[in-house]
Design a protein around this ligand. Structure first.
Ligand code: PMP
Length: 450
């Protein structure tokens, strides 16, 4: 393809495509990706990049899996679509497999995106309380810095003001509490002590709001988009105890942490808890087709398992649980099992962390944290004061990584206006050689000797 054809695509792209999240810049040629294999993407100019973010934290089994394309093709030829007001075999098989992975008995409600999975969770939680004669329980508590989606309720639960203030007023009844941040905790406490204090703040918030008005608490096992905040196990355990004590449903958002990303099948499995509701998307199909699910504990479902008039869940999702998407998800989970990808994520995560130790010496690297292949590298202007680095410093590291052939992500604390955490979440199937390549490219990106 010659350069004129390329410029044609860039022009048409600028003319017709509204890019997600991207700030407008005049005459900026956005990367146009044309193909991908394993952990590598190729753009229309034949530039190759190691995809350190698995797309948008989702291509867990890597690109170019023919089995997934075959699964979609064969299902599309057999039954491309049927609504889940009836049933079909791919949905049944996938629901059974998800129950295996969740290690509990859950009813699975399918939709298409993480946002919808969370919306579904909120509606189920509210109706559950209604059906248990507690209609006053309508509020949801979530954490600052979390991201739970772009639709009105999911955005209301999101704890990042920059993403919200243009669209307010959002849905009423959403309240936020602080999430423990090990790197930025007050110095006088150990992380465990600070975690317990944060859990106690949640309890205090519940009491201020009155427990009989609270329907659910939603959290990611590890805050991802808000800067990779890994909790102390005591925090998660205590949060579950508090939710149980006050009759509040614990909703765990596994949209990013699920499907091996953190080194377990689901992120919550690092902690000794069993959620009431689990929302999932992204890695469920490794991004090959849109699919999401809301898994609801059988005991919660029982409130809906009555022939009383009006007791059913009044929620329909046209494309949710599309048969081809379910088949792809099923095959995707089988690949993860066959290749032990959750365990691999754990091993490679530890390996990558130790190989990145050289970065600790870098003047702008304040903290490197990870669980499995989910990494956050916090960039500061000054290590002593932990003042976040400017957007320019962070942007230049990201641009240098890209010039070295590595795509990384960026997140932060949008409440405080820090956008200083570089993220890495490569495919869990990444080869040892490509893991080495990440290290080498990061060292170029940070302009540091290995
Ligand atoms: N929850 C979390 C934790 C997410 O990271 C995201 C998306 N990045 C969502 C929910 C929303 O998912 P989607 O973009 O598929 O609606």
């Amino acid at each position: 393809m010659n350069i004129n054809t390329h410029s044609n695509f860039y022009d048409k792209d600028q003319k017709y495509v509204w890019h997600h999240l991207k700030p407008y810049k005049k005459n900026q040629n956005t990367m146009i990706v044309k193909s991908a294999q394993n952990a590598w993407i190729t753009d229309i100019e034949e530039n190759k990049y190691l995809d350190g973010m698995s797309g948008l934290w989702c291509v867990n089994v890597g690109y170019g899996r023919e089995e997934l394309a075959e699964a979609a093709k064969s299902q599309m030829n057999t039954l491309p679509y049927y609504p889940l007001s009836s049933s079909h075999l791919p949905a049944i098989k996938l629901s059974e497999k998800l129950n295996d992975w969740l290690k509990g008995h859950y009813k699975i409600f399918f939709s298409n995106s993480g946002s919808e999975a969370n919306e579904t969770a909120f509606k189920i939680a509210r109706q559950y309380h209604h059906q248990n004669s507690k209609p006053g329980r309508y509020k949801f508590i979530s954490r600052y810095r979390s991201y739970h989606g772009n639709t009105f309720a999911a955005l209301s639960a999101t704890g990042q003001s920059q993403r919200k203030y243009m669209y307010e007023p959002l849905a009423p009844g959403f309240i936020h509490v602080e999430a423990p941040d090990e790197y930025r905790k007050p110095l006088e406490y150990t992380f465990e002590e600070w975690s317990i204090i944060c859990a106690e703040k949640l309890e205090a918030t519940i009491r201020y709001e009155r427990p009989e008005t609270v329907a659910g608490f939603i959290m990611e096992p590890i805050i991802t988009g808000g800067g990779v905040l890994i909790p102390h196990p005591s925090y998660v355990k205590k949060v579950q105890e508090i939710c149980q004590r006050y009759g509040i449903l614990l909703i765990i958002d596994e949209v990013i942490c699920g499907f091996g990303r953190t080194g377990k099948k689901f992120g919550y499995q690092h902690f000794d808890i069993q959620p009431d509701i689990v929302s999932m998307a992204k890695g469920i199909t490794s991004g090959y087709l849109p699919l999401a699910a809301t898994a609801v504990k059988e005991e919660i479902y029982q409130a809906f398992a009555t022939e009383k008039e009006d007791a059913h869940f009044r929620h329909v999702n046209t494309f949710g649980g599309n048969p081809a998407a379910c088949e792809v998800a099923l095959r995707n989970l089988e690949i993860m099992e066959e290749e032990n990808l959750p365990e691999r994520s754990n091993e490679l995560g530890n390996k990558l962390r130790s190989k990145l130790s050289f970065l600790e010496e870098h003047q702008n690297v304040g903290d490197i944290r990870h669980q499995g292949l989910l990494f956050g590298i916090e960039i500061v202007a000054d290590k002593e004061t932990k003042i976040p680095a400017s957007n320019e410093v962070v942007a230049s590291i990201i641009a240098n990584c890209k010039s070295a052939g590595l795509i990384v992500g960026k997140n932060g604390d949008t409440v405080k206006d820090f956008n200083n955490i570089i993220t890495l979440a490569p495919p869990l199937s990444i080869s040892d050689k490509d893991l080495e390549a990440i290290v080498e490219k990061i060292s170029k990106g940070f302009n540091t000797e290995l």
